[in-house]
Design a protein around this ligand. Structure first.
Ligand code: PHE
Length: 442
């Protein structure tokens, strides 16, 4: 979408925003985070953060973006100026960081789409599937080639401004992915031995909750909803006044959370049924799902469809991660869309290479006790996005509260009964709660 293009319909915007939100965060990251962080307790914390802080930040980003009609840096500048545009700049930087590792995992999904047709994954033995993933990830040329392919696809979409095409395509493909995830979840929960996994996912064991768990759930809420870095702000800058922002925020949030929860039911029961390790981390989905496919008629076909659709869902998210960067370079630096896209993309690609190597040849390199991909993800999701969220809500609550209330109600067109509650959350609750979790986590 070019600068100041506008979404033709509210549905178009909902699809784009949901396309941004639903991606690897829901299907790859959520299940393995839940697996690493005690299951049920993580789920409850995650949902609580989504419904309070997540919804409020989402509405805040919509209001800033639509009122500002600009990229994140420009929006803060026209609405208030001072030091505020730095918040937008933080978001632009987060965009580089997130897309760098996101594209690596996007590449894994492309590779797995191909592998599933070749029959390379037809097994339900944890050892075999773990070894297959391990072998794939250990071979840098393949991983980097798929990282490159995923990044190139993203950049073609962003540079060519063919979002029209991808938006229309996702109208069909996203529901298809949703159906597939539900089918797989049904298969997974009906496996013999699945009940242990269901109990793990639904029974909160608060005795195992640490600051790390709380911090992980908060970071996951920001990451999954695409919040804290100006993505939703940028998309909302392409919106007209008529759109009902609170209603839209609620719909996008529900859709995203629904996807994540069903993905939990797709992975975790199977993890327990087949005797995988729920703590396996970033490889969990890639190791577990092939075992589920192996238990289904036409398994390879399901596997191919699933990984291909997941790659497409990841693409619509990747596009939204780089869009704030690109719109910043266009609006504020006078760069052409083409040059902005390929320039930013090249830098992001290079940043991603260490993540690509980090589960293979560089698996012993650690930053703060984590592998590189995990560490970069942690820096972005658990620090940069929440800090962005604090600043965004402070801006709404203290700097432009009256203007924000009008914007959220489309200047009186869509009365919003909870406007004052939202402002209160932005003033006190969200910044304090997020800061508390951040500080506790460190
Ligand atoms: N929400 C996306 C996902 O869940 C990732 C994302 C993060 C997109 C931040 C935009 C901004 O896959």
């Amino acid at each position: 979408m070019g600068p100041r293009d506008h979404f033709a319909t509210r549905l178009g915007f909902v699809l784009a925003a949901a396309g941004s939100a639903v991606g690897l965060g829901n299907i790859w990251k959520f299940p393995f985070m839940a697996g690493q962080n005690g299951g049920g307790a993580f789920l409850i914390l995650y949902v609580a953060f989504v419904l309070t802080i997540g919804l409020s930040v989402m509405l805040s980003e919509y209001a800033i973006g639509r009122a500002g009609q600009r990229n994140p840096v420009g929006a803060f500048r026209v609405l208030k100026g001072g030091a505020w545009p730095a918040v937008g700049a933080l978001g632009v930087i987060a965009g580089f960081v997130i897309l760098s590792f996101y594209s690596v995992v996007g590449g894994w999904t492309l590779a797995y789409a191909i592998k599933s047709v070749s029959g390379a994954l037809a097994s339900n033995d944890p050892k075999v599937l773990g070894a297959a993933f391990g072998a794939f990830i250990a071979e840098p040329r393949g991983v980097i080639a798929f990282h490159t392919a995923f990044m190139a696809m993203t950049l073609f979409i962003v540079a060519g401004g063919v979002q029209g095409g991808i938006e229309r395509a996702s109208r069909v493909l996203m529901p298809a992915l949703a159906i597939l995830v539900v089918v797989l979840a049904v298969r997974s929960v009906t496996l013999e031995g699945a009940s242990k996994g269901i109990a793990f996912f639904l029974t909160p064991d608060f005795s195992r909750v640490t600051w790390g768990t709380v911090n992980a759930a908060l970071g996951q809420a920001f990451f999954s909803l695409s919040l804290g870095m100006g993505t939703m702000m940028t998309y909302a800058s392409y919106l007209d006044k008529q759109v009902n922002l609170p209603k839209t925020a609620a719909q996008v949030t529900l859709l995203d959370t629904g996807f994540a929860v069903v993905a939990g039911f797709m992975i975790l029961p199977a993890v327990f049924a087949f005797g995988f390790d729920p703590q396996a981390g970033p490889g969990l989905t890639f190791i577990t799902l092939p075992a589920v496919f192996a238990q289904m008629p036409a398994g390879p076909l399901f596997a191919f469809l699933f990984f291909a659709l997941l790659a497409i869902a990841a693409l619509t998210s990747a596009v939204s991660i780089i869009e704030p960067v690109v719109s910043y370079l266009i609006d504020e630096r006078g760069v052409s869309r083409r040059a902005a896209t390929w320039g930013a993309g090249a830098v992001t690609w290079a940043l991603g290479v260490p993540s690509a190597l980090s589960l293979g040849p560089w698996k012993d390199v650690t930053l703060g006790g984590k592998g590189i991909l995990d560490a970069v993800d942690y820096l972005a999701s658990n620090i940069m996005l929440p800090v962005g969220g604090i600043l965004i809500t402070l801006f709404i609550g203290w700097s432009i509260a009256d203007r924000a209330k009008e914007e959220a109600q489309s200047d009186g067109v869509h009365p919003f009964a909870l406007a004052n509650v939202w402002i209160f959350i932005c003033r006190f609750v969200a910044p304090a709660a997020v800061a508390w979790v951040l500080i506790g986590g460190l």
